[in-house]
Design a protein around this ligand. Structure first.
Ligand code: UFG
Length: 327
């Protein structure tokens, strides 16, 4: 069924996508600079070490593997970091994606699945966001992803680059079989940080802000199991391969959880106490980001099957206790 070039295939979501592609009969070719990914996470197909800013290497990869499609995960993705160093985000994410898109169309590869983010929406009044909500990012990370979305539309008009854009909400959990999981250094994401605090790898979980306009004062997010998320990517790829037109899909469950609710569920699943301290707000954080998944369900037939908070924490906890990468 062909090679699929997976940029960022050594990262958290990319590695799970590689496993899903392999299960669907395709060969994932991971392209990664290992700046935030792990060589040990590349288990389901060939690995090419390289950077998106290096166009000649990209051209070589397209020539060598003749991928039928690209799944583009590689990006810097930390809101706080993007506020401190926006140049890093514009260079790495936007210039890197431009190189990738130009290399793809030059090689005649015109099927593209892109990992975007709810951070492109910014702060919204809507309780549940759909894909038609205005995109007004409040941080450089979201702005960089919005720019890449625009780029894809332009290259569709000029070169026929058909694409599916997925705007993720918060991703959590791990492969239930424990082959791959979430492992960031440094870690900034809520669920793995809570698990670190539970087993003493850090002193406590700091809640970033308890004065938000939400029922318990903490931020609300829509969490999706990484396995459900990557299933959507395989469906998106099939959609394009079967002649579907370019589309944007939100990937969320429509249910929001506050930071305190995630803490409560983590206590319940692990049956352990979580040391917590209350801290100030983190710059760039929105109060509430919750998505519907109506469009992905209706058009792709996507159904989040594992995205209960209990299942996500159960799978993350299993990985946390047994899995890690050395390099
Ligand atoms: N949080 C804490 N303490 C921590 C870490 C996080 O209270 O130590 C809170 C955050 O303030 C936020 C929630 O937990 O309310 C989730 O935070 P994460 O850092 O896990 O995730 P974000 O919502 O910041 O980030 C996710 C994706 C980003 C994306 C962003 C959009 O990881 O790629 O959603 O806002 F840009």
């Amino acid at each position: 069924m062909g090679n699929v070039l997976v940029t960022g295939g050594a990262g958290y979501i990319g590695s799970h996508a590689c496993k899903a592609l392999r299960a669907a009969g395709m060969t994932p070719v991971t392209f990664d600079n290992l700046s935030t990914g792990w060589r040990d996470a590349v288990k389901f197909g060939p690995f090419v070490y390289g950077d998106l800013l290096d166009r000649p290497v990209l051209d070589t990869v397209f020539e060598e593997y003749s991928p039928v499609a690209v799944m583009h995960f590689a990006a810097l993705s930390l809101v706080g970091e993007s506020m401190r160093d926006p140049g890093l985000y514009w260079r790495n994410n936007v210039s890197g994606s431009l190189n990738l898109i130009e290399a793809a169309v030059a090689a005649g590869c015109r099927t593209f699945v892109f990992s975007s983010t709810c951070a492109t929406y910014g702060e919204q009044d809507n309780v549940v966001l759909d894909e038609t909500a205005a995109q007004q990012p409040i941080n450089a990370y979201g702005a960089s992803k919005r720019a890449i979305e625009d780029m894809l539309r332009d290259f569709e008009a000029s070169h026929g680059l058909r694409h599916v854009i997925f705007r993720y909400f918060n991703v959590a959990g791990a492969d239930p079989e424990g082959e791959v999981g979430e492992f960031h250094r440094p870690e900034t994401h809520l669920v793995p940080l809570i698990l670190d605090a539970i087993d003493g790898k850090r002193d406590a979980l700091t809640i970033f802000g308890t004065d938000y306009d939400t029922p318990d004062g903490t931020c609300i997010r829509d969490y999706v199991h990484v396995g459900d998320l990557v299933d959507a990517h395989v469906l998106g790829l099939k959609w394009l391969q079967e002649g579907g037109e370019s589309r944007v899909f939100n990937l969320g469950t429509g249910t929001g959880f506050s930071v305190r609710e995630v803490l409560d569920e983590s206590r319940a699943v692990t049956n352990r106490a979580v040391p917590v301290v209350e801290g100030p707000r983190r710059p760039g954080d929105c109060t509430r980001l919750v998505s519907g998944s109506t469009r992905a369900e209706a058009e792709l037939g996507w159904h989040p099957r594992r995205s209960t908070m209990k299942q996500m924490i159960t799978d993350a906890w299993r990985w946390h206790q047994t899995g890690h990468y050395e390099g």
